[in-house]
Design a protein around this ligand. Structure first.
Ligand code: NAP
Length: 537
């Protein structure tokens, strides 16, 4: 029997954003429910269970900052916490604040239609249920629409095969297995480093290499955790002051140093943790081709030092984009994996995959016999999760149609024609390009502030004005054009060879690259000034 319910607010997704969003709404006494497609909470940390999956933000900068009690209670065990621990953390938060009772699982929203006469959204769920809500807050996640390649014969392979996003919950036997991994993005690089010494053979199918630098993970002892707790105010203040939401702070002055001094600095950054070498580096490497070239050459030398076979090392060095111009994967023993006798790099740029067979992968020059195939082939990023819901706004306009050539939003938070739909971690916000929880806490607080404002003023409808939206799109494009990112093929700029309309050459202005500090200042000012650019009724 189908069920029909209603609430003032429906939050879509029970991941990192949805959990905090429902906490804020419940605290305000707003009638709200989370609809989650999966059978449990956790979002990205519920789904991605592949070996090696872990933060690449320092754990203590990733946790929620909103509760001192929570900060005092939780002990991060590693500087870069692993997926099982991260999922435990999110469950701990939900249980501590009794949030589960506001969540409904296995509730995939398939369609959302705006009703102008009632100022309400009507939601149709995959299980036949319906839900009506005055406001919808999307917290769908920027990387939740996994994409597979389309090779002939994919369904003929007789062994297990899955996308990393759908790595099974039950243990997967790796010992003694011949495993193929397709894809060398941040995910593939984590998997490969982790499983290389656990499988009998590992074939890595690489189309384009990625720059990658050491994660430099380490355990966090009780006393170190105490010191971190004492420093939490400072840590979050540092993150708020950094464009990428980390404690690492970029610097200008590339050309004020000698080449030897720069190398000395990079030697130090290479041994520091996480994104230090990216977010704590010279800002010039993102805008100045000569600076970027020198930096790239430094990292290339590091790869040459770590990979014994010079021919393999060269194949692992990107030549189509400079260091830091696609999302930087962080690695643990990744390059050393290629020194193992059981690991082979298959260069798809030389010998492309022709098809899959019952027993493995056929490339242009030979067949690889495999027991297990892992697709680490990425996501229809940022807008993909929206495209998977049929969202119909004013006069039945389709959001998918509106965003066909790329999203158009008011600060990544609302979109004209789709009233009462607020986005946390939406397209053209900073959530995709910064330390995620730092960005979404700001996003959730902003959306919650807007809902409070509407309630206080008795408004039942809010919509972005087209002119204000265009101003933001122009701002997004301005920063895009300023950065060397613009020429790279990565999900930041909407590239995905497996999704129609996202192939090479179709630039989509999906993310705001002006930095979190500038973004926060902008949206805070809008709220303080009574939300110019929004029409309320
Ligand atoms: P990705 O960066 O988009 O990488 C996908 C990989 O699959 C690329 O190497 C791509 O090759 C390859 N590929 C795609 N289609 C293919 C095809 N048809 N044939 C052969 N190869 C193909 O995806 P991802 O590695 O899943 O990472 C996505 C994002 O998730 C990351 O950038 C990061 O933001 C996030 N992530 C975060 C963490 C963390 O926080 N710890 C960990 C993992 C991932 P091309 O480069 O040639 O397209």
């Amino acid at each position: 029997m189908s069920d029909s319910r209603q609430s003032e607010v429906a939050v879509l997704g029970a991941g990192v954003s949805g959990i905090y969003q429902i906490k804020r709404l419940v605290d305000l006494g707003i009638d709200a429910v989370v609809l989650e497609a999966e059978n449990d909470l956790g979002g990205t940390w519920h789904r991605n269970r592949y070996p090696g999956c872990r933060f690449d933000s320092e754990s203590y900068t990733y946790g929620y900052s909103f509760s001192k009690e929570l900060l005092d209670e939780w002990h991060w065990k590693e500087r870069f916490s692993s997926q099982p621990e991260n999922l435990r953390y999110l469950n701990y938060v939900a249980d501590k604040f009794d949030l589960r009772r506001h969540m409904r699982f296995n509730k995939r929203v398939e369609r959302m239609a705006w009703d102008e006469s009632e100022h309400r959204w009507h939601l149709s769920l995959a299980d036949g249920d319906t839900h009506t809500a005055r406001f919808v807050v999307t917290s769908l996640g920027p990387l939740s629409a996994a994409t597979l390649p389309a090779y002939p014969g994919m369904d003929e392979f007789e062994g297990p095969s899955f996308h990393t996003f759908f790595w099974p919950n039950e243990p997967v036997e790796l010992a003694g297995k011949r495993v193929g991994v397709i894809g060398t993005g941040a995910t593939g690089i984590q998997v490969i480093g982790e499983i290389a010494d656990k499988v009998s053979e590992l074939k890595v199918f690489q189309r384009r290499p990625n720059w990658s630098t050491p994660l430099n993970n380490s355990p966090i002892s009780e006393s170190e955790m105490d010191a971190i707790r004492d420093r939490y105010d400072e840590i979050f203040a540092n993150c708020a002051a950094s464009p990428q939401g980390f404690e690492h702070v970029p610097r200008w002055g590339f050309w004020d140093m000698t080449a030897a001094e720069r190398r000395e600095l990079w030697d130090e950054l290479y041994t520091r943790s996480g994104f230090a070498i990216l977010a704590g580096n010279f800002a010039e490497i993102f805008v100045d081709e000569a600076a970027n070239r020198e930096m790239s050459e430094y990292i290339a030398d590091r790869i040459r030092q770590r990979v014994h076979d010079p021919a393999v090392a060269e194949k692992l060095i990107p030549t189509d984009h400079g260091f830091g111009l696609q999302r930087l994967p962080l690695e643990t023993d990744y390059f050393e994996a290629y020194n193992r006798p059981n690991v082979e790099l298959v260069d798809l740029s030389q010998t492309p995959i022709e098809r899959l067979t019952a027993t493995g992968i056929q490339t242009a020059d030979r067949h690889y016999d495999l027991d297990l195939i892992v697709y680490a082939t990425g996501f229809d990023a940022i807008t993909g999760a929206f495209d998977r819901v049929d969202i119909r706004g004013v006069d039945g306009t389709s959001l998918g149609e509106k965003w066909r050539d790329g999203p158009s939003t008011y600060c990544g938070l609302l979109s004209h024609g789709f009233p009462n739909m607020a986005m946390v971690a939406g397209p053209q916000s900073v959530s995709g390009s910064t330390n995620f929880p730092r960005a979404i806490e700001g996003g959730v607080d902003w959306v919650t502030g807007l809902l409070e404002y509407l309630r206080e003023h008795g408004y039942s409808r809010v919509e972005a004005q087209p002119e204000a939206e265009q101003e933001w799109v122009d701002e997004v494009m301005r920063f895009h054009e300023r950065l060397l990112f613009r020429r790279s093929k990565g999900w930041f700029t909407g590239y995905n060879s497996n999704v129609a309309g996202h192939e090479e050459g179709n630039v989509r202005y999906q993310a705001y690259f002006g930095g979190a500090t500038r973004y926060t200042a902008k949206v805070t000012e809008l709220a303080a000034n009574g939300y110019p650019g929004l029409t309320m009724a």
